[in-house]
Ligand binder design. Sequence first.
Ligand code: 5GP
Length: 195
Amino acid sequence: MKELEDRIRRDGTVKPGNVLKVDAFLNHQCDVDLFDQMGTEWARLFADRHIDKILTIEASGIGIACMAARHFGNVPVVFAKKTQSINLDGDQYVASIYSFTKQREYPVIVAKRFLHEGEHVLLIDDFLANGNALHGLIDICHHAGVVIEGIGIAIEKGFQEGGKKLREEGYDIQSLAIVDSMDAEAGTIEFTSAQ
Ligand code: 5GP
């Protein structure tokens, strides 16, 4: 998606350790108009799918998933939580994820009452790197017995293994920008155009 690639080129910065910082429009400050355009694009890419619900992970998935939901007939958005709290009551699905940015394991939790067997779910997340976060969500989906119709990603780091592994597993992944390579010293970011 050209608008997203242009924005990454303009406002993204490359940090050592292969981390792309996009907090000016995605991970801290949110560009709602850009999110809306991303929702339009996912709706086009998944137009032949029936979606009952969108599932994402807090925090940065929530904004893009909610804007996307507007383009899928205002379906509910469920976000997996990363910490237990007294507000999280009832039976839960829990998976463990290794965080690329935090370099540690953390749980992802979804209350059982928000995912129902047989529902058709679209997964959405901000980044796809090694695929750990998505594998956690997929694990929860399998336990809940929902059907994963597709996976919408804002930025895929194509030089990491996650996208390749998940496509080999048969998932329909639509990434709006795929970063081919990036260089922290030169500050350059190269893309593969997804479609
Ligand atoms: P994975 O689990 O696929 O290795 O990484 C995906 C998760 O790690 C995303 O949800 C995102 O929060 C974070 N992440 C991975 N790589 C990057 C990156 O380069 N920049 C940012 N901002 N987050 C990243």
